[in-house]
Each structure stands twice: as C-alpha cells, then as structure tokens.
Write a protein that binds this ligand. Structure first.
Ligand SMILES: [Zn+2]
Length: 274
C-alpha cells in the first residue's frame, strides 16, 4: 500500500512528466475509477465519468499538491482529486492500455496512466479552489510538510491508547502508515506499546523529530522515476520493519515482531524499552 513517501514521489513524477504539456485526450477505460468524492469504494462511481473528465482536455496542468496520502492536480480552474487506494499508481506509457490501466491522460509527448489492480483508488473532479479542503478534510496536519513540535504532539495524542496505534489515526496527524510509524518509534527509542499519556516531554520531543526525519529519509531513498515498494520484493531499506529476528542497526539486539490492533509492529527490545 502506498504510504506518504510513495505519494510524494508520485506527486513529483506527475509534475516532472507533465511539465509544459497540454492535455490532449482522456482515455477512459474504467468509468468506476471516477468517483463522486475522494473515495476508496467503486460503488461511489459517478454515472457520467467521461463527461466529468472532458473539461480537462485542452488545458495545461499545474504542479500537483499533496496532503497526507491524497493528491490534487489542477488544470486551470478545474481540479482532479486523486486517491491511490491500495495499489494505485501513475505510470508513463503510450496509447496502449497497460495492465490494470483505468484512466489515461494523453499529453503531447506521453500518456500518463492511472493504473490500479485492486480498484480502491479513484479520481474525482472539483473546482480547483476546493482542492485543498477536499484533500485535508477529516485529516490532521501533514506529517512531513507541517511537522508538529513535541508539546503539540502531546496535546494531540492523549489517553491510554498505545502510541503506535494512535500514530495511525489520520485525523490526528496524517501520512503515517504502518511502516513509518514503526520506524519513527524506533528512531525515537520509544516502545510502540507505550500509552500516549505515559510519554515524557523528552520522548515527545524525540518523536517530533523522528517522524519527519523518517518520512524524509523514505522520500530521499525512493525518489526517482521508479517507485520501489518494499512489498514488491525489492531490497528492504528499513531499520526494523520486516526484519524480525535480524539485528538492530543501532545495538545489534534481535528485532521483535508484535501485533497491535491486528497489525504487525516491529521493534528493538533494547533501544525501545520506554
Ligand atoms: Zn536496538
């Protein structure tokens, strides 16, 4: 599943690939990819997908914007909201529909395809001035672009919920998924099972630095023309995630895997005691 860094890289790719180009044609292969709102449900599809996308043709795109894992892409005063869902991505191609190609945007020199095997991803049309609200609706500040200071984090995350579980709550801060929440807690030396109301001022301070550091690390490690998803069998660039029984890069202790709210969490029992 794409996390914030993959979505940020997707944003940069769309900007790079469409720079100075004009949209010439929309190739609509799967009308259900066009939704009434930013939704992961194909049942939210609009009835008139082709008609909704048609006004984009003949316009030059602006650089896309991002909030958390949502993208907005303005074509003049008409905007495209983009949700990648579980398997959505944008690739460069030509007029030929790629495997799982849902919507193709044909520019002068390239066709940019929204491909999505599982079909949870979707596109929606909005006036450009509504895009920022659409992207941030129901979500907290962006974990990379608007990082919170320690005292702010302590105010946002209260109660007895485990910190790792709380960090995945997108309404508090947005953009941390299962991988980067675990990695950020390892960086900060905080046990993922620690209750939010048990974190010290110093732990909040360390976490406030670890979150954007981790996301920036992942963006830098993956930036380029191809996105290497860890789940796709590429090399594992992470310190603890997916490294059960391997050595912690900081202290050589054996990394453990635990389950929290039904999701895997990885930690170093030595570095993350408190
Ligand atoms: Zn360690």
């Amino acid at each position: 599943m794409p996390e914030l860094p993959e979505v940020e890289i997707c944003r940069r790719q769309l900007r790079r690939w469409s720079q100075g180009a004009v949209l010439r044609e929309v190739l609509l292969c799967d009308p259900a990819a066009v939704r009434k709102t930013l939704s992961t449900r194909p049942s939210d599809a609009v009835e008139d997908a082709a008609k909704r996308l048609a006004p984009l043709v003949g316009r030059a795109p602006q650089p896309p914007i991002r909030h958390g894992k949502r993208l907005g892409w303005a074509f003049g005063d008409i905007g495209l909201g983009i949700h990648l869902g579980m398997t959505g991505q944008w690739i460069r191609g030509d007029n030929e529909q790629p495997r799982s190609g849902r919507v193709g945007l044909r520019f002068d020199h390239v066709v940019l395809w929204f491909v999505d095997q599982r079909r949870f991803g979707g596109l929606t049309i909005r006036p450009t001035n509504e895009l920022p609200d659409l992207l941030s609706s129901g979500h907290g500040p962006d974990a990379l672009d608007a990082p919170c200071a320690g005292p702010q984090l302590a105010e946002i995350f209260t109660g007895r919920r485990a910190i790792k579980v709380a960090l995945l709550d997108q309404s508090k801060i947005t953009g941390l998924g299962n991988i980067h929440a675990a990695e950020a807690l390892w960086r900060a030396g905080i046990h993922p099972g620690l209750a939010c109301n048990a974190l010290s001022t110093d732990q909040w301070r360390r976490l406030s630095k670890a979150i954007p550091d981790q996301l920036q690390f992942a963006v830098d490690a993956q930036d380029g023309d191809e996105i290497a998803y860890i789940t796709a069998g590429g090399p594992n660039p992470f310190a603890v995630y997916g490294r059960e029984n391997k050595e912690c890069p900081k202290c050589n202790a054996e990394i453990q895997k635990i389950s929290q709210s039904g999701r895997s969490t990885f930690l170093c029992p030595s570095c993350q005691r408190g």
